[in-house]
Design a protein around this ligand. Structure first.
Ligand SMILES: *[C@@H]1O[C@H](CO)[C@@H](O)[C@H](O)[C@H]1NC(C)=O
Ligand SMILES: *[C@@H]1O[C@H](CO)[C@@H](O)[C@H](O)[C@H]1NC(C)=O
Ligand SMILES: *[C@@H]1O[C@H](CO)[C@@H](O)[C@H](O)[C@H]1NC(C)=O
Ligand SMILES: *[C@@H]1O[C@H](CO)[C@@H](O)[C@H](O)[C@H]1NC(C)=O
Ligand SMILES: *[C@@H]1O[C@H](CO)[C@@H](O)[C@H](O)[C@H]1NC(C)=O
Length: 551
């Protein structure tokens, strides 16, 4: 093509250099990971673990907002393998998400290069293997996304930044565990809890007296919620999966499956060694793992106090704690401005989904279903079928928007939605166990919670109070019984207060047994806004807890 005008050429050159500059702005981080089986002894017995570059847990990814992350993963397992990046939003890169349905598995002996940008994200996350119960063999590791240097962080830089990957662990290997599920049986009770791949007393975190440290804790387990606490120290919660929270002090924190929290700990005690305790929640027996908070000047003197006891089976305690956690709307996030720009109350919900999980038997086998549909995988990943318009792999809309109560059936179920739909999701759990939901790649506001079931035909009682409540959160949320329940972000408060920066903080310390009513926002909500969603102060029904992890 002949360039007739020098001005046009100039513009072209300028544009090209601007584009180049824009690309150059966000740094690249390259990783090469070799995934192998190797011997590990997390509970004292030899097990075959999944190692990344010889490590269990795998290497930590330390990145900064907007970094481009390039990870060439060599699968040297004798089985297909995928890694998923819990909480990473994958904006415009959903095919890097590494779960069944978005990616073809990396074949044995093959390699695949993940290429993603941590666009507009900060916070604490982790990665894990998503196929074939590999997670029960390890293969997970931490992800930290730091704020860009010029973005203010709502606390002073900590003297150290520790990652705790905690979770339940089984002595049976992942193929045996998968076999138990595949044959239609329940998972056994876990054999122990691990902290960073170790059993009790396997970790020591060294601190200098008088300094403040950040701990990022993720529950990387398979089946149980955990509680974490530190002898003689309080935990100042500062972040939940990429959102800075109102900085409240807790004596211990519940962390449900898939969730990541970070808190600050000030080494303000006499120079001794203190016990960090992680224990299971809602289980009997309670499993416990301990690590050491070692003061560098302690000379190894253990603290005289007994290790702190934690909550065990109390459900309301957990719910109340979650209700006390709120987003700090005046703090920066990935960008320096206060969080959010919606007029939350004015966004119209275009659709409501009620998702009810159930434990069912199909063809004589135990299965789990949502709205009576139990998912079956196909040979062609769903995104590939979608992209190449391959017919017959799945049918959009093949999953109902509400439970019908009908018999369960198998289906490659796909819900359809329209671009820019503002969707309200109600999770319902009538099962006798904790459930975790992971809503991949989406950001949510949590708008309400409660401990009563929504019976078929009864949703009208809930809907009016929810109708114009938007759901938007970059973080974790969890649901109880019929309704969604929040940690991190509470849409009901911010919405009605109206203006940014007026979020109402929760109470500072949360003693066990506090009534939920004491934790509601200080501003009095309009009765029609919240009453139906308020937790009922009836005796807890142990059979009705549902935990939802959203990232
Ligand atoms: C991965 O590790 C295995 C076992 O140590 C080794 O044989 C193989 O060469 C490594 N592959 C790469 C790509 O580093
Ligand atoms: C596999 O690794 C090689 C480098 O050893 C790289 O050139 C190639 O692009 C990788 N393949 C994939 C699919 O990522
Ligand atoms: C898991 O353990 C069983 C024995 O209980 C063994 O047959 C199987 O090969 C093991 N699987 C792997 C991947 O090591
Ligand atoms: C919220 O963030 C602002 C801005 O960084 C900070 O000044 C304030 O102390 C924070 N509030 C709480 C309760 O953490
Ligand atoms: C919501 O719906 C109302 C009534 O139709 C309309 O006036 C308002 O503009 C809508 N809000 C948004 C954000 O679209």
């Amino acid at each position: 093509m002949k360039m007739s005008s020098p001005a046009a050429l100039c513009v072209f050159v300028l544009l090209a250099s601007l584009l180049a500059a824009a690309r150059a702005e966000d740094p690249y981080r390259f990783y090469t990971w070799n995934v192998t089986f190797g011997d590990i002894y997390p509970l004292g017995v030899k097990q075959q673990g999944i190692l990344i570059n010889g490590q269990f847990p795998g290497p930590q990814i330390d990145a900064v907002t907007n970094d481009n992350i390039i990870i060439n993963v060599f699968n040297n397992l004798p089985a297909p393998f995928l890694l998923s990046w819990q909480g990473i939003q994958q904006r415009r890169s959903s095919w890097q998400d590494g779960v069944y349905g978005t990616n073809c598995p990396i074949p044995p002996g093959g390699n695949f290069t993940y290429n993603m940008q941590f666009k507009d994200q900060i916070g604490s996350y982790y990665y894990f293997p998503s196929l074939a119960f590999h997670k029960a063999a390890g293969g997970y590791g931490g992800i930290r996304v730091l704020s860009r240097p010029r973005i203010p962080v709502p606390f002073n830089p900590p003297a150290g930044d520790f990652t705790i990957l905690a979770g339940d662990w089984f002595k049976l290997n992942h193929t045996d565990l998968k076999g138990i599920l595949d044959s239609g049986n329940d998972l056994p009770f876990p054999d122990g809890l691990l902290i960073n791949g170790h059993g009790s007393n396997g970790n020591r975190f060294t601190v200098d007296q008088g300094k403040t440290y950040r701990f990022r804790v993720s529950n990387v387990g398979i089946s149980t919620s955990v509680n974490i606490r530190i002898q003689g120290h309080s935990l100042l919660l500062v972040e939940v999966e990429g959102s800075h929270t109102m900085q409240n002090t807790y004596s211990s924190l519940d962390i449900h499956l898939g969730q990541s929290y970070s808190f600050l700990v000030k080494a303000d005690q006499p120079p001794q060694d203190y016990t960090i305790v992680v224990s299971t929640r809602f289980t009997n027996p309670v499993l416990t793992n301990t690590a050491m908070l070692h003061y560098s000047n302690s000379n190894g003197v253990p603290a005289a106090l007994p290790p702190p006891p934690g909550p065990t089976v109390e459900i309301d305690w957990s719910l109340n704690q979650a209700r006390s956690i709120r987003w700090n709307l005046t703090a920066s996030g990935p960008r320096p401005n206060p969080q959010g720009s919606y007029h939350y109350g004015q966004v119209n919900t275009t659709r409501t989904m009620r998702l009810a999980n159930s434990r069912v038997t199909i063809n004589g086998k135990l299965r789990y279903a949502v709205n009576s549909v139990s998912f079956i995988p196909t040979d062609t990943p769903l995104k590939v079928a979608d992209f190449y318009n391959i017919q017959g792999v799945f049918t959009p809309g093949s999953m109902p928007d509400a439970p019908s109560g009908g018999p369960a059936y198998l289906q490659t179920a796909v819900m359809a939605s329209n671009m820019r739909d503002y969707v309200e999701v109600v999770f319902e759990n009538a099962e006798g166990s904790v459930q975790s939901w992971h809503i991949d790649g989406y950001a949510f506001w949590v708008v309400g919670d409660g401990r009563r079931a929504v019976d078929a035909g009864e949703p009208s009682e809930l809907q009016p109070e929810r109708r114009d409540r938007p759901v938007h959160v970059a973080g974790v949320s969890w649901g109880v019984d019929s309704d969604i329940h929040a940690t991190g972000q509470r849409g009901d408060v911010e919405r009605s207060v109206g203006e940014l920066g007026q979020a109402v903080p929760g109470p500072a310390v949360l003693p066990a047994g506090i009534l939920a009513g004491e934790l509601v926002a200080r501003r009095e909500p309009h009765p029609q806004e919240r009453t139906a969603l308020r937790p009922r102060l009836r005796p807890p029904d142990q059979a009705a807890l549902n935990s939802v992890s959203v990232s």
